[in-house]
Design a protein around this ligand. Sequence first.
Ligand code: BGC
Length: 261
Amino acid sequence: MKKLQGKIALVTGSSQGIGQAIAIRLAQEGANVVINYRSHPEGAEETLAKVKAAGGECYMTDGFTIQADTGLVADVQRMVSDSVAHFGKLDILVNNAGIEKNADFWDVTEADYDAVMNVNLKGVFFATQAFAKHVMVTQQPGKVINISSVHEDLPFPHFAAYCASKGGLKMLTRNLSVELAPWGITINNVAPGAIETPINTKLLNNPEQLGALLKNIPLKRLGKPADVASMVAFLASAESDYVTGTTFFVDGGLLWNYQEQ
Ligand code: BGC
């Protein structure tokens, strides 16, 4: 019996990067997966094909793609209710979609601040609310996994709104772990460090910046989306039933690395 057999998972932002790897990994563990995208339908289709193939010949996994801007409350509510309507229930919510904007603090515009906070925090808040309401009715256990960042703790100069959103996500998870526990819902954060994904395209194409970053990573490599996905698979499964309200760093040691030269 596969770890997530019979489970239905919704993964936001799963048309690329970490979200795509999570969707595929959860399907490999036996889950059916709802693949959310905002503006890359072709990426979402690619994820869907891999989700469907994930079970191999002897085990069928299913999925469907759904367009929704997770920065919009009406969109996230529709996304959750359509997922429930399609599969009849939802067991696992992975709030993965996230964006960042690089600017000096004094130049940050209201539009950029709102864009970051809406996707990284407000959308997570209301997707989790819609998911919790569903789980409360079905009285089945629920798992919420938020993809946060080392920057829920670690300052990242020139990314002030991003850090504020991830710091908010840290506290949201702590708070909801207490409030949702009576309903059998656990909620945890996975906090990646530097991972090879499209959000890091600029960095990956800048050898000098990349070299400086690698010096700060004790394990001396960037992470891969699959490194993050394996932690999510654990948190989505019954193996983590006694785990809630905490953050798991997947960062090659980046966060706690300090050395005097
Ligand atoms: C950010 C990346 C950054 C990494 C390590 C992530 O949260 O999205 O841009 O490279 O943290 O600092």
